[in-house]
Design a protein around this ligand. Structure first.
Ligand SMILES: [Zn+2]
Length: 280
């Protein structure tokens, strides 16, 4: 193992580490990282909250794509990286877990108390009456409203939004809130143009400021939403370690960097630092 890995292992073994994870941690679960080493970029611009709420056609496009994307997200299972983070937490080495991912895979791997900065894709809320429902129920309702909707899934983005030609969107029927009958439904994820709830951000800042180290996993730190925690740690003299494939926008603040595959690296890290060895 490299010198950087040894340094990382020492840092994590000392405990009180706060994890900040991004899309790169979920690529090994089959959810593509659109800014990762594959170089793939989003083929369409992400929908903003304003478009979603004001433009019925944009909303239909979102739900048509997301209806297909959800099937892929729902099938995704946690990978070695998620399991390693859960092991580090179980070993008492983590002060908290913050994720930019909306796939719920940290929790599925057994982690607890995860702060989901950008929300969860598996929950849906009515923007009028506030009724919250599970995504599975919405999926069933959308399937019933769109029999035979079998457009091919060509590509899926981390937010569950699939590339789909406009022709395929024509005729897709969205559904409204089942409780109040007319309310607009929105997945519980933070859209572009929408701000993360202030209390959630405050919780994250408090975690970071109380940490002995901040460990960034699989994030290019492109958006300020995540990068601000690296900046805060740096300002407080808290060491930042980054494990990511490719450069990140936090590299200049990092005490150490590993450009390596997440799953294998984190498994080795958990083997080294967490008491119990991984089950074979
Ligand atoms: Zn409603």
């Amino acid at each position: 193992m490299s010198e950087a890995f040894e340094a990382l292992a020492r840092l994590v073994a000392a405990g009180d580490v706060v994890v900040l994870s991004g899309a790169g941690l979920s690529t090994e679960s089959g959810i593509p990282d659109y800014r990762g080493p594959s170089g793939a970029s989003r083929r369409h611009t992400p929908m903003t909250y304003q478009e979603f709420t004001r433009d019925p056609l944009a909303r239909r496009r979102y739900w048509a794509r997301s209806h297909l994307g959800w099937q892929m997200i729902a099938r995704a299972a946690p990978n070695e990286g998620h399991r390693a983070v859960a092991r580090l937490q179980a070993a008492g080495l983590l002060g908290g877990i913050i994720t930019q991912n909306v796939d719920g895979l940290h929790t599925a791997a057994g982690a607890t108390g995860v702060i989901e900065l950008h929300g969860r894709l598996d929950e849906v809320t009515c923007l009028d009456c506030g009724n919250a429902t599970g995504r599975e129920e919405l999926h069933r309702r959308l399937s019933e409203a769109n029999p035979g909707f079998d457009a091919r899934v060509a590509h899926v983005n981390p937010d569950g939004d699939v590339d789909l030609p406009d022709e395929a969107v024509t005729g897709f029927r969205t559904v409204d809130c089942a409780l109040c009958g007319t309310g607009m439904l929105k997945p519980d994820v933070v859209f572009f143009g929408e701000t993360v709830p202030a209390l959630r951000v405050a919780d994250c800042f408090a975690l970071v400021e109380g940490a002995r180290a901040l460990l960034v996993l699989g994030s290019s730190l492109t958006v300020m939403s995540g990068r601000r925690f690296v900046l805060r740690a740096a300002r407080h003299g808290i060491p930042v370690a980054i494990v990511n494939q490719g450069v990140t926008r936090g590299d200049t603040y990092a005490a150490l960097r590993l450009d390596a595959p997440l799953g294998a690296t984190l498994r080795a890290l958990a083997d080294r630092c967490a008491a119990a060895p991984a089950p074979v």
